[in-house]
Unconditional design. Structure first.
Lengths: 445, 187
C-alpha cells in the first residue's frame, strides 16, 4: 500500500536521467571549447539538472520586500518560483506551482498578498507556503495529510549584502562559501555605501535567441569585445564625440577568475571612464578609499563586468544587475534591475537610473550591440559543420597568476581566463551527479 | 425618385471644420514621422519634437487586478525609454557613427500609426493626441519583431510657423517581457 508521498521530490531519484560526459567538449588547458555546449538540447536538459538545480541562484534584491506579503515571481533555471516576505519578516521562495495539478499559483510579476490561492481548484497557501485551504476537503480520504502538501520550498535561501540567492540543493555549501573569493570583488559594488544598496522600481525583461552561457561568459571574461562591439557607443560617449582615444584600447586592467566559476574583469585606473558625471561627482572617493581600499576603488569599482556563476551578472558603474534565465538551448530571457546606493540623494539615483537605461537597457546604446552578437553566434551554430566548430578561448593563456595586489588568481584585462574558469566549473558540475540523483540520500526539501 | 439634397452633415454629427483640420494635421504629422523612421532619417525625425521634449516608455508589469494601478511603470522607475531631446540626439549620433553594428546591415521597419484621436489641451495651441502603433521589424534573413502599443502625445504649435510639434510622448508598449533582443528604432 502506498502512503502519502510526504517528500515532494522523492520521484527525482527514482527516475533515471541519462547524463553525458561533457569532458570531450573541452580542452581548457589549451583554451578550446566545442560549441555544441551552446546548442545541444540534451546537454541543456542536463544543465538544468546538474548546473542550475544544485547551484545558488540569484532571485531578487531585498529592497523589493518591504512589508509582509510583498512578493516577486521569477525563475531558478526554468523553475518558476515565488519569493515572498513572510509575517515573520523572513524571505522564502517556493516553486510557483500548485501541489494539486501544478497550475501556476501566482501569475503576477510582483505585488502584495496574504495568501496564494490557485485559480484552478482553489487550494490556498499562506506566505509561509503552508496549505491552508482545500475546497471539498471532505471528499479526500482520511489519509490525506494537508500539512504534507505545502508549496515546495527551496532548500536554502540567504542574502549577501542585499542580494537574495537560493538553491534547491540541501547539500550546497552556505552562500558565502559558494560565492568564495568573489565577495571581495562584489563588495566594490555592494559595499560602497554604509547604508547598502537598493533597486529602482521595475525590472527590464527581454528575450533573445541565444544560449544563456554566451552572455554569462561575456560578463565574466570579455573586455576584449568592448572596443569593437561598442565602438559606436564609445564614440558617442567620448569627450569630443569622435571616438575613444588609442590609449583606451590599451587600457590596463585585471581579470579575476574564481575556482567556483565566477569572474570579474576591470580596468585599473583611479577614475572610471564610463561614469555618469552626476554619479561620479557625488562619490567621495577619499571615503571610498578608506572603506574599500585603494585597490578596489582603482580596480573592480571602475568600469568592470562580472558574473557570479552560473547566471547572475553585473556592471558596477552602470548599476545593472541581471539574470540570464535559460529558456531552452537557443533562448534566454534577460531580467535586469538598476542598483543604486541607498544614501544617494534622489537626483543621483535618478541619474544612475537614466544612465543605466540609456546604456544597458534593452534600448541601450551598448545593449543593442550585445544582443546582436549573441543571437548571431547562436544562429550560426545550427549547421552541422558550423555547430561543431572548436572555439578559441586562448587569450591570456599561461598568464594567470597571483599578482600580490588582487586576491586570488587574476590575469590581464584582455583575457579569456575567467571564461576558462567558468567552463571548468560548468564541465565539472555537468559531470557530477547532483544531490537528487543519489537514491541513498534523503532528498526532502 | 428625387435626389436627396446634400445636408449640412458637419453640424448634425458634431464634426466641425476645425476638428477636421486638426485631425488631418495630426495624421499628416504621424504619417510623416513614420516615414522618417522607416527611412532611418533620425536627425530629421528629431526635428518633429520640441526642445523641452520628454519621451517616455515605461515598463508594463503583470499585476493582480486589485493592484492594477501599479501595472504601468511610474515616473522614476525602470523604463524602456526615458529621454530628453538631448539624449535622443545622443542615441541618434550612435546610429550615424557608422559602427552601430546592431543596425548594420540595417533592419527594415514599417511603423503603422492608427486609431488617432486628438483634442485641445488646456493651454492654447496645445493638443492631446492618442494613437495606436504597430511597428514591424524585419532583420537579416528571418528575424521578425512586432512592437505594438499606444502613444499619448502632447502636441504644441511651433511659435514661428504654427506647425504641430511633439512636446511629450508616453508610449505604452503592449508587452511584458519585451519580445525582441532590443529596440533599435523609435516608437
Amino acid at each position: 500500500m502506498t502512503s502519502t508521498p510526504a517528500r515532494p521530490m522523492d520521484r527525482l531519484a527514482r527516475v533515471p536521467h541519462p547524463s553525458a560526459d561533457v569532458g570531450a567538449y573541452f580542452d581548457l588547458d589549451n583554451g578550446l571549447v566545442d560549441r555544441t555546449v551552446f546548442s545541444d538540447p540534451s546537454l541543456y536538459r542536463q544543465e538544468l539538472r546538474r548546473v542550475f538545480a544544485p547551484s545558488w541562484l540569484f532571485l531578487a534584491h531585498e529592497s523589493q520586500f518591504r512589508r509582509p506579503g510583498d512578493f516577486f515571481t521569477t525563475y531558478m533555471g526554468e523553475d518558476p518560483v515565488i519569493v515572498v516576505l513572510g509575517r515573520d519578516r523572513r524571505i522564502r521562495a517556493f516553486l510557483n506551482a500548485c501541489r494539486h495539478r501544478g497550475m501556476r499559483i501566482c501569475r503576477a510579476d510582483a505585488g502584495a498578498a496574504k495568501a496564494f490561492t490557485c485559480s484552478y481548484h482553489g487550494w490556498s497557501y499562506d506566505t509561509s507556503g503552508k496549505l491552508v485551504n482545500v475546497p471539498n476537503q471532505g471528499d479526500y480520504p482520511d489519509r490525506f495529510e494537508q500539512d504534507s502538501w505545502g508549496l515546495v520550498e527551496v532548500a536554502q535561501l540567504d542574502t549577501y549584502k542585499g542580494l537574495v540567492f537560493a538553491t534547491f540543493n540541501p547539500e550546497a555549501p552556505p552562500l558565502t562559501e559558494a560565492l568564495g573569493g568573489m565577495t571581495w570583488y562584489m563588495d566594490a559594488m555592494l559595499d560602497r555605501d554604509p547604508e547598502g544598496t537598493e533597486v529602482v522600481g521595475g525590472v527590464h525583461k527581454w528575450v533573445l535567441e541565444g544560449n544563456w552561457k554566451l552572455a554569462a561568459e561575456q560578463f565574466a571574461s570579455d573586455w576584449y569585445h568592448v572596443n569593437i562591439s561598442h565602438a559606436s557607443a564609445l564614440m558617442v560617449m567620448s569627450p569630443n564625440g569622435k571616438g575613444p582615444k588609442d590609449g583606451i584600447v590599451q587600457t590596463p586592467g585585471r581579470q579575476y577568475s574564481d575556482p567556483l566559476g565566477h569572474g570579474h574583469g576591470f580596468p585599473t585606473h583611479p577614475k572610471s571612464r564610463f561614469d555618469d558625471r552626476v554619479v561620479h561627482e557625488w562619490y567621495d572617493y577619499a571615503a571610498l578609499r578608506d572603506r574599500l581600499g585603494d585597490t578596489r576603488v582603482e580596480g573592480p569599482m571602475t568600469t568592470g563586468h562580472a558574473t557570479v556563476f552560473p547566471n547572475f551578472s553585473y556592471l558596477p558603474v552602470n548599476g545593472s544587475i541581471r539574470v540570464w534565465h535559460p529558456k531552452g538551448p537557443d533562448r534566454m530571457e534577460v531580467w535586469a534591475w538598476t542598483l543604486v546606493d541607498r544614501s544617494m540623494p534622489d537626483e543621483v539615483k535618478n541619474a544612475q537610473r537614466l544612465y543605466n537605461l540609456r546604456t544597458f537597457g534593452p534600448t541601450g546604446i551598448f545593449e543593442q550591440d550585445d544582443g546582436e552578437n549573441w543571437s548571431e553566434c547562436q544562429a550560426t551554430a545550427h549547421g552541422f559543420m558550423s555547430g561543431s566548430l572548436t572555439l578559441n578561448y586562448q587569450m591570456g593563456l599561461g598568464l594567470q597568476e597571483e599578482d600580490g595586489v588582487h586576491p586570488g588568481t587574476t590575469g590581464r584585462l584582455y583575457s579569456d581566463g575567467a571564461a576558462r574558469g567558468f567552463y571548468t566549473r560548468w564541465r565539472d558540475l555537468m559531470n557530477t551527479p547532483a544531490w537528487h540523483e543519489n537514491p541513498g540520500k534523503d532528498t526532502a526539501s | 425618385m428625387s435626389i436627396p439634397t446634400p445636408q449640412p452633415a458637419v453640424e448634425a454629427s458634431g464634426v466641425y471644420d476645425a476638428d477636421v483640420r486638426l485631425y488631418f494635421e495630426t495624421h499628416r504629422l504621424y504619417s510623416r514621422e513614420a516615414q522618417l523612421l522607416d527611412q532611418h532619417r533620425y536627425a530629421d525625425w528629431l526635428e518633429l519634437f520640441t526642445d523641452d521634449l520628454h519621451y517616455w516608455a515605461p515598463v508594463r508589469t503583470n499585476r493582480l487586478r486589485r493592484q492594477q494601478a501599479l501595472a504601468d511603470g511610474a515616473p522614476g522607475e525602470v523604463a524602456i525609454f526615458d529621454e530628453t531631446k538631448a539624449s535622443l540626439a545622443w542615441r541618434i549620433r550612435r546610429f550615424d557613427s557608422g559602427m552601430a553594428w546592431a543596425e548594420d546591415p540595417p533592419s527594415r521597419t514599417r511603423h503603422l500609426i492608427t486609431n488617432v484621436m486628438v483634442h485641445a489641451a488646456d493651454e492654447p495651441g496645445e493638443y492631446i493626441a492618442e494613437s495606436a502603433f504597430l511597428c514591424y521589424r524585419n532583420r537579416l534573413e528571418r528575424e521578425v519583431d512586432l512592437y505594438a502599443g499606444g502613444r499619448t502625445d502632447l502636441l504644441r504649435r511651433a511659435p514661428d510657423d504654427g506647425r504641430l510639434l511633439i512636446a511629450r510622448r508616453t508610449i505604452l508598449l503592449d508587452q511584458n517581457v519585451l519580445l525582441a533582443k532590443n529596440i533599435s528604432t523609435f516608437l
